[in-house]
Design a protein around this ligand. Structure first.
Ligand code: ADP
Length: 605
């Protein structure tokens, strides 16, 4: 940049210097005109004037005014000599010196003739006529001569002045042209230099731009040539270093991504459960070998498939869609998350679970669907249920017989027995009845699970169900001084239910509440319509259930630790199965120390 500006300033200086030198020579030419000619012209002009005044002085003498005439002559004589001396001092042209000498000589003669004339006049004898002839013959010719010489001197100088002016004009024109030429050449040189200079700066910038564009499009092997050792050169080498580093980072990232991808693929392939990955538009973006096997897909399939193409059961895709829309997996019980696939003549059952994949900012980017083969598990469950059913069925008759026998014994011979024996009999009575209840419950549950229970659906008014419960528990409530509140929306529609089974569910929930609510507590039985279902709730202000137990208590034999009540732990499991067989759901909401609310739903009739 310094070079560029320096060069431009040098060029400007050159043009200015050239213009100044031209102006100086123009000035000199004008000066020459002044010094060489103007002063001589002035002197000649004045000499002519003075001479004419002297001549008129002589004429005055002849007109009779002698004194004034002589005075005028002498007065102007000094002036003439003064101008003559100036002309002598300014001899610059060839022939001028001779001319001035001749003027001087002739003027000298002129003066002498005038002196002679005055002397003649002084003698006063000569006549007027004589004087006039003297004037005409000797003074006037001399006057004419000197005047002519002065005029010639003026002409000579005027000519030379004209030549000088022509010369000055030439100098001026030459100055204009040469200045214009120098300025134009300077302009062209400056233009060429600017182009070259700009190219020198812009060229590398353009190369930087091109390199940056390549880097941003992922081409990291780009390098900018380092041509100079100035700032641009340093920038280029720094840029190259940066590009190399970026390239290395990129390589590292790609390696990391590839290794993560391979790791992910290895994990996917090694998992025995089926895994299908969907994007947010439900298109399959990944599928593991197990899932291909389960869904009967070839190795080329899968890349362009949509959820609906691989699952004939639309429920899976609906659940996935819901997860994408809401961002959370809908709470669906395990039993409703089973899909059945035909495999040859057999059918296999898979429990599916949906997990959201989240990217940056926790934004949902996809879904993982896990298919867990539960065929064996279900088979075991089925066998277990069948065994439990068979066992409880087999146990039921002898147990009933046993219970009856113990009851009869207790009724008939208890008083004859010793107190110790009577206590033993009483204990046997209690245990036999507990066992009978357990076997009854087990039998009921396994029947429901096996789908062997017949439900007698009818259109039942909700009030009938609630009133029945109210009448069954009335005395027990009073005994424990429990306030029993029945809350029911007006004009509740009828529900589609097996009245006996639902009464069993309600009875079980209320008897649980009664068991856990302290003396003077409160139990509330509520019924409300929500959508196409009626929600029935049993609410108590008992000890409540810890959150970790709330979903577990609906499983078989699960009882809250430290709160075993002598029950079988099967009540809620049976409730759940009955409600499910009605097409409803059951759940509990509870806060420790504040009570629990068990709610189940029944479809409208
Ligand atoms: P159980 O025969 O033990 O009552 P359930 O299946 O009916 O079996 O209940 C399972 C467990 O749930 C009970 O053991 C008890 O700990 C808990 N539970 C049930 N109802 C209530 C309630 N109203 N308040 C507190 N805990 C309850």
């Amino acid at each position: 940049m310094l070079i560029g500006y320096g060069f431009a300033f040098a060029l400007m200086g050159l043009v200015v210097a050239w213009a100044i030198s031209n102006l100086v020579s123009l000035g000199k030419a004008t000066d020459a005109i002044l010094s060489e000619n103007y002063r001589s012209i002035l002197a000649a002009e004045n000499m002519v004037d003075v001479l004419e005044r002297q001549d008129s002085g002589v004429l005055l003498m002849f007109l009779g005014d002698l004194e004034k005439g002589i005075g005028q002559f002498r007065e102007n004589e000094a002036v003439f000599l003064e101008w003559l001396s100036r002309a002598k001092d300014n001899i610059t042209i060839k022939g001028e010196a001779e001319l001035v000498q001749s003027i001087e000589a002739e003027y000298q003669n002129f003066r002498q003739q005038f002196s002679t004339l005055t002397e003649l006049r002084d003698t006063a004898e000569t006549s007027q006529q004589l004087h006039l002839s003297t004037y005409q013959n000797s003074v006037h010719p001399l006057f004419e001569k000197v005047r002519a010489a002065c005029v010639e001197l003026r002409h000579l100088n005027e000519e030379t002045m004209y030549e000088a002016s022509v010369r000055a004009g030439k100098v001026a024109r030459r100055a204009i042209w040469s200045t214009a030429v120098v300025a134009a050449s300077a302009l062209i040189v400056a233009l060429v230099f600017s182009l070259f200079f700009v190219e020198r700066i812009v060229g590398p910038i353009r190369r930087f731009m091109e390199a940056s564009r390549k880097i941003s499009s992922g081409e990291y092997a780009v390098q900018v040539p380092v041509e100079t050792h100035d700032e641009l050169g340093h920038l280029a080498s720094e840029f190259n270093q940066m590009a190399t580093q970026l390239g290395r980072f990129h390589e590292m990232n790609i390696e990391q991504i590839i290794s993560e991808k391979n790791k992910g693929e290895a994990i996917l392939s090694s998992i025995e459960d089926g895994l299908v990955v969907f994007d947010t538009k439900l298109k399959v973006t990944g599928i593991n070998p197990a899932a291909r096997r389960v869904l009967d897909l070839g190795f080329s399939d899968g890349d362009t498939l949509h959820c609906e193409d691989i699952f004939s059961d639309t429920e899976v895709c609906d659940l996935i869609r819901k997860t994408i829309d809401t961002g959370t997996q809908p709470a669906v019980p395990d039993e409703q998350r089973i899909i059945t696939m035909a495999e040859g003549k057999q059918s296999r059952h898979y429990l599916f679970s949906i997990t959201a994949i989240r990217g940056r900012d926790r934004k949902l980017t996809g879904i993982v669907l896990l298919l867990k083969d539960v065929t064996r598990l279900r088979e075991v469950e089925r066998l277990k249920s069948e065994f439990v059913m068979a066992a409880s069925h087999e146990l039921r008759t002898p147990l009933t017989c046993l219970a009856m026998s113990v009851d009869l014994l207790l009724e008939n011979v208890a008083e004859e027995l010793a107190e110790k024996d009577r206590d033993l009999l009483q204990a046997a009575h209690e245990e036999v009845h507990r066992m009978k209840a357990l076997v009854d419950d087990l039998l009921d549950l396994s029947k429901i699970e096996a789908g062997k229970i017949e439900l007698d659906f009818e259109s039942v008014p909700v009030s009938t169900l609630l009133d029945h419960v109210d009448s069954v528990f009335k005395s027990q409530m009073e005994m424990k001084a429990i306030s029993f509140i029945l809350e029911m929306s007006e004009n509740l529609p009828t529900v589609r239910a097996d009245a006996n089974k639902i009464t069993w569910v309600l009875t079980n929930l209320v008897s649980n509440a009664l068991r856990y609510v302290g003396k003077g507590g409160q139990i509330q039985l509520m019924a409300h319509r929500i959508g196409e279902h009626v929600h029935l709730s049993v609410c108590d202000d008992g000890p409540g259930i810890a959150p970790e137990y709330q979903s577990k208590i609906f499983q078989k034999f699960v009882q809250v630790k430290g709160r075993e009540s002598g029950g079988t732990g099967l009540g809620l499991a049976i409730c759940k199965e009955i409600v499910r067989a009605h097409g409803g759901a059951i759940w509990v909401e509870s806060t420790i120390g504040q009570g629990s609310t068990f709610t189940f739903t029944l479809p409208l009739a």
